[in-house]
Structures are given as C-alpha cells and as structure tokens.
Design a protein. Structure first.
Length: 152
C-alpha cells in the first residue's frame, strides 16, 4: 500500500509539472527575428537557384533559418490591416522571393519602390511559387535613381 501511495504522489507531481510546462509554452511570446543573430546571407537570385537545383537540400540549408536576403524590389503590397509584403526580383520572372513583414515595419516598407536595393532579414519557410520569407524586417535600403541624361 505504501508503494502505491508514493507512485500516486509521483504521478500527480508529473501531471502538475506537465501542465505547468504546457501553460508556459502556450503563453510564450513568439521569437522576434529582429533581435536574433543572422545565420545566412544570400541574394534573392542565389536563394531561388538553390531551391530550383535541389529543393530538399535547399530546405535543409535554409528553412527555419534566420537570414538576410538582398535584391531589388519588384513590388510592394500594403494591406488595410497593416500587413506589408515585398517581392524581390529574381532571374525567373514567375518566381520572386516573397517577404512578409512585421506590422511594425509597415511604415518603412511604405517608402520602398520598384528598383530599390534592399537587405531584408527574416525566416525562410520554403518554396511555393517562389521562395517565402516571413517575420521580415528591413535592414538596409538604397533608393533606385533612374538615369536621366538631362541632369549631367
């Protein structure tokens, strides 16, 4: 009888610890990529090429990694709910690199225009119609200045 009582106490303690850990995980804030060290730095063209050559190997190398991807802005989209998305140009017209930003980054993203050179930090989630990067923040931007022969 004494062994059963001790086993019961141990089981109850394990259940309490399990519930406590579950509560901790449920209430844990998601990782803010903006404050995390970068694992990889790559251009949009290089990233797409890796996925086109061998998607499984590229997934192992890039998916769930914090990275900086650089390239030229192809298009910018700002939704009413504050969601901002930037598509980076690649050598493949149908396969851009898609970067979805934190809502707090929307004001910075508003200033972008097609042709601007950017460095974007985020987490790669794989390839759909192009490579997808989420939880993005704008690290660096250089405005595109078109050539005007009249201004010499």
């Amino acid at each position: 009888m004494r062994i059963m009582k001790k086993a019961g106490i141990v089981i109850v303690l394990l259940i309490i610890l399990g519930l406590g850990y579950g509560w901790y995980l449920y209430n844990k804030e998601p990782l803010d990529v903006r404050s995390v060290k970068t694992d990889i730095e790559v251009t949009a063209d290089q990233l797409l090429l890796h996925f086109q050559q061998d998607e499984n190997a590229a997934s192992q190398q890039f998916v769930s990694k914090v990275m900086i991807v650089s390239g030229a802005v192809r298009e910018v989209s700002l939704e009413d709910d504050g969601q901002a998305t930037v598509w980076l140009t690649t050598n493949e017209l149908l396969y851009p690199v898609t970067c979805s930003f934190y809502k707090a980054e929307a004001e910075k993203v508003k200033t972008l225009a097609p042709g601007d050179q950017v460095r974007i930090k985020g987490v790669c989630t794989g390839m759909l119609m192009g490579v997808v990067i989420n939880k993005c923040s704008l690290e660096e931007m250089k405005k595109f200045v078109p050539y005007n022969p009249e201004h010499r």
